[in-house]
Design a binder for this molecule. Sequence first.
Ligand code: TYD
Length: 150
Amino acid sequence: MSATANPKVTMPARGLPEDAANLWLDIPSFTDPRGGLSFVEAEKDVPFAFRRAYYLYGVTAPRGAHAHHNLHQLFIAMHGSFTLHLDDGHRQHTVTLNSPTRGVIVGPMVWRDLDAFTEGAVCLVLASQHYDEADYIRNYKDFLTLAQGA
Ligand code: TYD
């Protein structure tokens, strides 16, 4: 049996951390002969309060292709794996998520593309706000203008 200590993860106000290692959140987990159990508590294990959960499954084509003005999110591969391409207009990180015990935190003003979903993969996202189309930036040129003009 093992439990993962909650790391001190700081949330960038916007954009990406310089070091891709700082995207990752270790999720407290217990495993024993019966299997695994992982949990996240808002503002404790995850450095923001979440108001929404959504999940992607049966994915057969790339998804994402947008950024958010204000949203904070935690991505977790509940099953299988997928790749997250992140871009804040200044730096880019590409990470592959393949474990339910590690997630990736994405803050505001980060363009994301998701692809390479394995068959049966499930991506859980915990989000800081309710769904709001006005928070989306869906045009990459508009995103770059906003991100690089700041
Ligand atoms: P979309 O933004 O295209 O998903 P992705 O970012 O994975 O490509 O969302 C698909 C549809 O679902 C779109 O009509 C908006 C809607 N939606 C909600 O109503 N609530 C939500 O929480 C999310 C994430 C999407």
